[in-house]
Design a protein. Sequence first.
Lengths: 239, 385
Amino acid sequence: MTLPLISVRGVSKSYRRGGQVVPVLHDITFDVQRGDFLGLMGPSGSGKSTLLNLIAGIDKPDAGELLIDGVDITRLEETALADWRAGSVGFVFQFYNLMPVLTALENVELPLVLTSLSRQERRVHATAALGLVGLADRVAHYPSELSGGQQQRVAIARAIITDPKLIVADEPTGDLDRHSAEEVLTLLDRLNVELGKTIVMVTHDRRAADRAHAIMYLDKGELSRAGDIHERSVREARA
Amino acid sequence: MQSLKLILRNALRHKLRTGLTVLGLIVAILAFGLLQTVVDAWYAGANAAAPNRLVTRNAISLVFPMPVHYRDQIRAVPGVRGVAPFNWFGGYYQDPKNFFAQFAVDPVPFLAMYPEYRIAEDELRAFLRDRKGAVIGRKLAATYGFKIGDTVPLQGTIYPGVWSFTVRAIYDGAEAKTDTSQMLFHWTYLNETMKQRVPRRADQVGVFMVQIDEPQRSAEIGQAIDQLFRNSLAETRTETEKAFQLGFVAMTEAIVVAIRVVSFVVIFIILAVMANTMAMTARERAPEYATLKALGFGPTYVARLIFGESVAIALIGAVIGIVFTFPVAHWFGAKMGMLFPVFEVSATTVGLQVACAVGVGMVAALLPGCRAARVRIVDGLRAIG
C-alpha cells in the first residue's frame, strides 16, 4: 500500500474574533491518495477554505498533524515552510491573483525565480506551460488584456510550472462564466489524469465538484460524514 | 532581474500618484539643496580661509582700530612672513543699496598672501603705480559693468566724503569658492586722505592680515603677537583667518540654525507624504504580497519590493531635484547680488540631497514594508475583492 499524499490527523483550527474564540475546524481526519482529485464542498463558513489553506501550508492548525508526502508541515519553520510551498504546492485562486504588472509569461515564470534555473531556462519552461494551457499566443499579454478564463489558465500554468505533486484550487471557477469555467475544469482534469497531479479543490459549484474523483462535505467545521468520502471514478464522473 | 522589473513597474503603476509624489520630492530636494547652499554661502568666507593667514585685531572689538606702527613689530615676530594693514571701507556706489565689500590694503604684502586672487601682470603693475587705483573682482565688475579705466566714486560712510577710484585691475578667483565680489585699494590713499580730512583718525588700522611660514605654529605665533601689545592702549587678539571668519558667522548663527532647521523640516514633510504613499500602496497590494508569499517568496523578499519601490521613487525625485538645483541656485545667487559673494552648489550638498532621498525612501517604506512582511498569507489573500 502506498503512502497517501495528504494525511490529515486530528486537525483543529479556531480564530479569535473580537476577543472570542470561533472554532472553524474540529478534529478533522482523512487521507488523500496520490493522483486523487478531491472536491471540498460545504456552506459558507463551514471551514473548507481554512482546511485548504492548512493543506497548502499557508496557515497553521491549532492541533493535529498534516502530513504531505510524508512531511509534517505543522512542524516546519516559516522559511522551511515557504521553501516547501515553492516546490510542493501549486496554487489556483478564485480571483487568479496574477501580478498585474507582469505579462502572462512573466507571471508563469515567477515561481521559477526561486529555483536555480537560468533566465533562459525559465523562459523555456514558462513558454511550455503556457502552451500546455492553450495560451501560447498570449505570452506578452498583461492580465488586464486577458479574459477571466484566460487569466485563470495563466494561473494554472503558474501553478504547475515547478511541477508540484499537489495543486490546491480555491473556487477556481467562482469568478468565471459557464464556458470559461468548463475550460478551466477540463484543464484541471487533464492535469490530474495526464500529469498525475493530486488536486484538492474547494467549490460551491456542483458541476465543478462533479469533476472530482471524491467529494468531501464540511459543515460547521466537521466532516458531515466523518471519513466518508464519496468516491467515484473519472469515467463515472464523465458519464 | 525579475525583482527589479517588479519594483520599477510597480513604481510606475499609479502614474498620477507616483507623479505627484515625485513632484513633491523634486520640490523638497530642490528646496533642501537651495537652503543648504545658502548655509554654505554663509560659511564661504571661512571655507576660503587659508591656514597660513592670521588676523590681528583690537582685543576689545573690531570697531576699535590699532596704530599702524604695530605692523613693524608684528613683522619682527619669528615665523611671520608678511603683514598687511586691512581696513573695512564701507562705502556705497551711487545708492546705499549698491553695497559691496571694499578694503584698503597694502597691496604688495596683501596680494602675496592671497595667491587665489589672479591678476594679469600688466594690470597689477598699473594698479601698483596708481595711488587711487583699485582692483575689483570679476563678479563685482560683471554686476555693475565696471571696466578697466572706469572711475568708481564711492560715498563713504565710515570715512566721510566722496572717494574716487580708478579701476586698474580685475581679479579672478583661483577656485569657485574664491570671493570675487570685493574691491581693494591702496591703504596709503585712505590714510593720506584721512590725514587731511580727519587727522585724529589717520594711521589707524582695522586689522592686520598676517602671513606665517608654518600653519601648524599659528597658535604660538598668535600668542607671541598678542604678547607684544599686552598692557598697551590697544591690546590685540590674533586668530586664524578661519576663526576670524567664523566669528562673523557666529553673529548670525540663529539665522543659519533657522535655515538648517527649515531645510530638514522640508525633508520631514516630504517623508510624511512619501510614507503615506507607500502605506496606501502596500495596503492596496496586500493580496499580491500574500500571493508571492504563498508561492514561496519569503517575507524579506516582499519587504525588499516595498523598500525598492520607495527608494526608486525617492531617487527619481532626487535626480530631477538635483538637476534643477544648479540652474535655480545660479538664478538665486544672481538675484541675491553681493549678499552672497560665493553661491555654489557644493558636492557635499548634492551628497546630502541623495542621502536625504534614500533616507526618505527607506524610512517611508519602514512601516508598510515590515507590516507586509509580517502579515499572514491568509489575511493578505482575504483582502482581495
